[in-house]
Each structure stands twice: as C-alpha cells, then as structure tokens.
Design a protein around this ligand. Structure first.
Ligand SMILES: *Cc1c(COP(=O)(O)O)cnc(C)c1O
Length: 395
C-alpha cells in the first residue's frame, strides 16, 4: 500500500458513531466508574481522545513507536531538552531555528546545559566536537533558512557510538519527504504549525520517538509541564495532514521551478535549494529525501538589508510574514525577522547574509509566482540604484 493511502486510512472512523471525521472531545475531565477505574482517560491534560488520534497518526507517519502533541513547536523542543540534566551538553547544527537558539541560550544555559554549535554538513565536524558530556545531538535538515543538508544516517551512528540521542527537527522536509527515525534518529520534532497543519491556521508541535520507553518519558514531561495541544487544534492538524503528500509534492515542484528561475536572475547572488545540482550536499539530500520541499532562499548581488527589504515589500502574491508551509506563498527577511535574536556575527557565519530572502513557495500556479518575484526584484533593483545615485550626488 502506498504511503498516501496508509496515511489517509490511519485516520480512524469513530467506533462509537461511525463519524468519518474524528470527533473533537472538548472536555476537561472524564467520569470514572470507581476511583482509578476509567475508559483509559482521566484528565484532559494527561490525555485526550482527539489528541491521541493525532499522536497515533504522526507516530505511524514518522515510523516511530510514540508521539506527543504540544501547544507549539517550541514546546515540543522544550520537552526534548527536559530529558537532560544540568551538566549535560547538546551538540547542535549551527544554522539552527532562531527560537531554538533563544530557548537554549536564554532559558537552558542558566540551568547548566551547554550547547556547542557546529557545521554538521560535514560529518567530520561532528566527530571532532562530540564528547563524553554530549547527551543530545540536534539536527535540522534542511535548515532554516539556508537549506543546509546533514547526513542523518552517518550522524545517527556517531551519536549512538557516543551514547548520545539524535533528535532531528523535521519541520522543513515533513515525514512525506524524509523519515529520520528510519535513518537511525531517536527523536523527531515538528513545528506542526508548518507543513503538517499546512494551512497557516494554527500553532502546534510534535515529538515522535523511536521507542515506547522514550515516548513515555516525553509523555511524563508533557503531563508534568502541561504544554498540551488543544482538542480543536489537534483536529485541525488531523484535517491538514490528510492532504500532506499531495501538498508537499506540489510545494516541491513549484519550489524547484522558482529556484531554477532565480538561479538565472541577474540581481540574485546565491540560491539555496537542495533540489539544485549545485547545492552543497545535493547528493545527500537526494539519498535521504524523496523530494526537496517548498522553501527556497536567495541572496542579492547587492548584499544589503535595505535592498532585501525592497524585495519583500514589493511582491503581491508572496505575503510578508514569518512562518512557512501553508497553501499561500509567504516570504520573509530572516536577518530582521526570524533570525533577529541571533547576534549578527553568528548569523552571518552560519550563512544568513544581510540580503537573504526566504520564500515559502505555496500552491498557487507557479508561473504567477515567478512573475510576482521577478516584478519585485526589478522594482527593488531600480529603487535601490536610484537611492544610491541620489546619495552619491548629495555627497
Ligand atoms: C517554526 C519552527 C519551529 C518553532 O515552531 P512553533 O510552532 O513556531 O513554536 C521550530 N523549528 C523549525 C524548523 C521551525 O520552522
């Protein structure tokens, strides 16, 4: 059976009524027959039937044994870090999601958890940096926003040999394109806000684990800390995920065409897309992903934040907003938006240049998207040149 068929039919028909849509159990508690005697549910922070359906669907989709649904992607990441103790270390990809960097730096550093950032695109850097205190290796692949690719299978082996867990933030690829647990990862996290939800209408996170035991630890942390996903938002993710394969396939096709268009554009310096043969580690992406996803980033020949701002303010279809993975195309300027909390020198060293623009290529007709971005690029170039010559004249 194909994965798309399996996914659609992993969403159960309600055994009580035959309802083809999963019921939303909007309740705080469950009536018990006697103390401790219940139908598997006692209090809705600990468990909720609608949330449980979502968790089962995602566990199956990622090839894991258990999953937990959280109020946001960051709450999911936070739960994984809570597996650690003071004195433990994390080895993390240097081009990490800004919110994860902020959580590690401003919350967990003060509890004695240290993070070493390395360029994980080269396995040798991981071998060099891992040490006896490393308890967790943290990967994003592709990364946000420069779409760097790391070799999950090789890094899983290194982590295991050193007694560390490997966690992969699979938000950008989604399980439709990449299943890190099958490549040896212990934990997968998601911002379900993005491709799993898929419609820019909710905030949600997921943790999936290779084993039941690790899943129980995450469930314990979830119940103890309380950052659960609501029944209604669980239902929205179920509704979104039904079309995951269809959407992600189409996002990938559109993104490939946009990336190829940008590659030939005179105002564009670098294009970052794992589906381009020129992409560093394209061969690894081709091995571990079935397609390359909907995110494309590019920098300008004029490497200035002002020039990039002119681009992002002059599109009509690409809406200027943080977030990604929805039906509607979005774009953003990472240096002043999503990656603002990362110090400029660390940000630039990770390849997030001042003029970098990130596109979340949506499901509109791709020729309309290409016209839109082309138009914005020419307005931006003309305006920037005019302003520069005015400045030169004034001086
Ligand atoms: C958005 C995002 C997150 C954070 O998820 P929220 O749902 O916004 O809390 C984590 N990782 C990646 C790669 C993301 O894009």
């Amino acid at each position: 059976m194909s994965n798309a068929t399996k996914l659609i039919h992993s969403i159960p028909v309600d055994p009580l009524t035959g309802s083809i849509s999963v019921p939303i159990y909007q309740t705080s508690t469950f009536v018990q027959e006697a103390p401790g005697e219940n139908k598997g549910y006692d209090y809705a922070r600990s468990n909720n039937p609608t949330r449980a359906v979502l968790e089962n669907i995602i566990a199956e989709l990622e090839g894991g044994q258990a999953a937990s649904a959280f109020a946001s992607g960051l709450a999911a990441i936070d739960a994984v870090v809570k597996l650690l103790q003071s004195g433990d270390e994390i080895l993390a990809v240097n081009d990490i999601y800004g919110g994860a960097f902020r959580l590690f730096t401003h919350i967990y550093a003060k509890f004695g958890i240290k993070v070493n950032y390395v360029d994980t695109t080269d396995v040798v850097n991981v071998i060099d940096a891992i040490n006896s205190r490393t308890r967790l290796v943290w990967l994003e692949t592709p990364t946000n926003p420069t779409l760097k690719i790391s070799d999950i299978e090789a890094i899983a082996t290194i982590a295991r040999q050193n007694g560390a867990l490997l966690c992969v933030d699979n938000t950008f690829a989604s399980p439709a394109l990449q299943q890190p647990i099958k490549l040896g990862a212990d934990i997968v996290v998601h911002s379900a806000t993005k491709y799993l939800g898929g419609h820019s209408d909710l905030i949600a996170g997921l943790v999936v684990t290779r084993t039941k035991e690790l899943g129980e630890k995450i469930k314990f942390i979830q119940n103890a800390s309380g950052a659960i996903l609501s029944p209604h938002d669980s239902w929205l993710v179920i509704r979104g995920v039904e079309t995951l394969y269809l959407r992600v396939k189409e996002h990938s096709k559109n993104a490939q065409k946009v990336a190829e268009y940008l590659t030939g554009h005179p105002a564009v310096d670098k294009v970052y897309y794992p589906g381009l043969k020129s992409h560093h580690n394209h061969d690894i992406a081709a091995r571990q992903q079935s397609a390359y996803g909907g995110i494309v980033s590019f920098s300008l020949k004029t490497d200035s934040a002002e020039a990039a701002k002119l681009v992002v303010c002059n599109t009509a279809l690409f809406k200027l907003a943080e977030s990604l993975g929805g039906v509607k195309s979005l774009l953003c300027h990472p240096a002043t938006m999503t990656h603002k909390s990362i110090p400029a020198e660390i940000r630039r060293a990770a390849g997030v240049s001042d003029s970098l623009v990130r596109l979340s290529v949506g499901l509109e007709d791709v020729s309309d998207l290409i016209t839109d971005i082309g138009h914005a690029l020419s307005i931006a170039t003309q305006t920037y040149d005019k302003v520069q010559s005015a400045i030169t004249l004034a001086n």
